[in-house]
Ligand binder design. Sequence first.
Ligand code: ZN
Length: 215
Amino acid sequence: MKKILPVVALVLLVCCTPALAGRAEKLAALEQRITSYTLNPEYKDDAHALAVVKGALESIREGSGGIGACLVDTSTGEIVEYGRNRQFSPHFRSDLHAEMDLLNRYEDRVKKFRENAETGENPRDCKNLVLVTSVEPCPMCLTRIINSGIKTVLYVVEDREGGMATRLDSLPPFWREFAADREFRPADCSAELRQMALDLFDFSSRSFAKNRVKK
Ligand SMILES: [Zn+2]
């Protein structure tokens, strides 16, 4: 047995090294496309789409999924919070999709409390905040976003197989009604940024979902 182990290690090294090198090259090429991208003034959400794409790249670099998200205050156009997928770094957290991470950070920072008729406080009052994500939210994130009170969500690229924003009619009745005044739509950004968001998502996504067809 002891003699076999070094042989197995050598075979693994020979087989895996080209694949890992190919992956590193692919990621470097993706990074080059992102860092050299110039914002296109024809698209009003280009800057925010680029910001979430950069977050997605950072997540992959850390070993997590390639999705980034941010909260934009539409009264100023400023990004007030960043989030990104942290499912596998520093340790496995099944809840830490980019949108969940983003809302955790926002809610932990602003610390709102339950409705108060006297003061008119409402924790779900998110005023001018718009959530931007690099990929259409999954069912978990979509219901969390609805519960948070955020009214508008922009996604850079659709997730035809796992996205829920394009399937609102399939929500349970309570959630469908809760979501009635919400808006989920594609971000107004360039085709290049959409392709980057898709490539980053595909780079890391769902290795456990064997039947997923990569486009
Ligand atoms: Zn999600």
